[in-house]
Design a protein around this ligand. Structure first.
Ligand code: FAD
Length: 469
């Protein structure tokens, strides 16, 4: 019976979703053994490579992850990508099917490794147009974008297309005093580039704005009042607070500010234009109107009127996107390309085409032993707290299935990493286990000490690997 043997689970990805699912399963199933695969040599996903450096308190969840990793039932297998993802991963890859043979269950928690595009003319051709993912990855030391070298010296106007928290981070990083940033764990080369930035004005659309209103020496262009609802007092509380912040404006007034930002609503980008030598110069927007302002359900109409905004640099911040892993089709895992999520039952149980289903007919059933959590389950929205809740629901589904003797990936005893590692050339792979990560961590903190900050990250995998032994 199952009670005689440990439950062997593989987790793909070491961000919040992976760690919180591992935590939940390990606390619900006695003798659960969890192996966590991470493509990079370092753990924590977007907690390390997404969260803004000037928000260190957000990274406190790492303490919980450390605790999970310290369990003797937990194994970290870093620098190993699951699937045949080549590209920027310099470690080795293990084919999905080989990995799955060694586990009772697998949890896909690999986040969103791509970003959405606007799909408008010159977006890919002109220099100076960056995705927020690239820019954020660069200032946070993601090896993939270590050499991005964004050019912030072409002029004074930044245009940010998008209206999420990420857009806010991007604007703040550009407008914030570099001496404030210097003390954070932002990479040294990013501080260097930002200190030479000529950007003085940022125009974009955003929900959470309070922090930007308080930046020293940065003023806010008054909002277009005609867009606000007539009676603020009748709005739901959260929305009313936001409107009040917008109306009140920034703490720094224009006459005392050398930098500024504005929120431009009801503009839909239609085209980028550039200089003859291929650098972005302006963004053309189409004016739109909402059937009912500030109602998320209202429809958008074009007013047939265009507006050109000077753009020395452009950031596209319209969302991250998950993609299917190579091997999904063969494994029967359904991926929704349009929504960028693994198809699941809402609790993280992955769906496959029903065996007796007819092709083209959407009959699905759950795929035994295959689960997902986090952004790849829900789509790329939500903070760490919502990712935790989501991971807990997946963890509970796994524990419930194990308790009911539901079928899993393998009917026989699985050996997990102990079995799988015999198929892997570990020397070539340079597998990073938790004690190796601790060495990298220590080396980064020591570098930080010299620079008067918490940590100076390594920004390329070779340096990480060198510090790990
Ligand atoms: P991720 O954190 O992306 O983790 C996925 C992991 O899987 C990564 O480590 C990746 O390298 C790995 N991986 C990918 N492919 C493979 C593979 N084939 N094999 C093995 N491993 C693989 N939330 C907050 O609460 N506060 C904030 O201030 C905040 N700021 C944010 C700022 C930005 C710019 C972004 C993008 C997000 C921010 N969030 C913030 C949201 C938060 O980061 C996410 O909710 C959370 O990280 C999602 O967790 P995840 O585990 O699903 O994905």
């Amino acid at each position: 019976s199952r009670n005689d043997r440990p439950f062997r689970m593989a987790v793909v990805g070491s961000g919040p979703a992976g760690f919180y699912t591992a935590y939940r399963v390990m606390s619900r199933i006695q003798q659960a053994k969890v192996d966590m695969f991470e493509a990079l040599p370092v753990p924590f996903g977007l907690v390390r490579f997404g969260v803004a450096p000037d928000h260190p308190e957000v990274k406190n969840c790492q303490d919980k992850f450390e605790e999970v990793a310290s369990s003797p039932n937990f194994t970290f297998i870093g620098n190993v990508a699951i699937g045949n993802e080549g590209g920027h991963f310099q470690g080795c890859t293990i084919p999905l099917a080989s990995m799955m043979r060694h586990y009772d269950a697998v949890v896909f928690a690999y986040g969103a490794s791509k970003d959405k595009k606007l799909g408008i003319p010159n977006e890919s051709e002109l220099r100076g147009i960056y995705s927020a993912r690239e820019f954020v990855g660069w200032y946070n030391g993601l090896p993939e974008y270590a050499n991005l070298a964004p050019d912030l010296t072409q002029g004074e106007d930044a245009v940010i297309v998008g209206q999420g928290n990420v857009a806010l981070d991007v604007a703040r990083m550009m407008l914030e005093n570099v001496d404030v940033l210097r003390k954070s764990d932002i990479t040294e080369s990013a501080v260097e580039t930002l200190s030479k930035s000529r950007i003085k004005r940022a125009a974009f659309t955003i929900k959470e704005v309070r922090e930007l209103m308080k930046l020293h020496g940065v003023s806010f262009h008054p909002i277009d009042m005609t867009l606000l609802p007539d009676e603020l007092s009748k709005l739901p509380r959260a929305r009313r607070r936001l409107m009040e912040i917008l109306v009140k404006g920034s703490t720094s007034k224009p006459e005392h500010s050398h930098k500024s930002w504005s929120l431009d609503f009801c503009l839909s980008p239609t085209e980028f234009s550039g200089t003859p030598d291929g650098k972005v110069q302006s963004t053309t927007f189409e004016r739109t109107s909402l059937s009912s302002p500030f109602d998320p359900a209202s429809s958008v109409q074009s007013l047939g009127e265009k507006l050109q905004i000077p753009s020395s640099v452009v950031f596209r911040s319209i969302g991250y996107k998950s993609v299917a892993l190579p091997g999904f089709t063969e494994a029967g895992i359904l991926f929704d390309d349009k929504r960028g999520i693994i198809q699941n039952d809402g609790f993280g149980r992955i769906l496959q085409i029903a065996r007796d289903g007819v092709a083209g007919n959407n009959e699905t059933t759950t795929l035994s032993g295959a689960y997902c959590a986090g952004w790849v389950k829900r789509g790329p929205t939500g903070v760490i707290a919502s990712t935790m809740e989501d991971a807990f629901s997946t963890g509970d589904a796994i524990a419930a299935d194990w308790a009911t003797e539901a079928p899993f990936l393998n009917s026989e005893k699985s050996h997990g990493w102990e079995g799988l590692r015999t198929e892997v050339d570990e020397d070539k792979c340079r597998v990073i286990q938790w004690e190796h990560w601790k060495k990298i961590d220590k080396a980064e903190r020591e570098r930080g000490l010299l620079a008067g900050k918490e940590r100076e990250k390594f920004t390329n995998t070779d340096d990480m690997l060198a510090a790990s032994r």
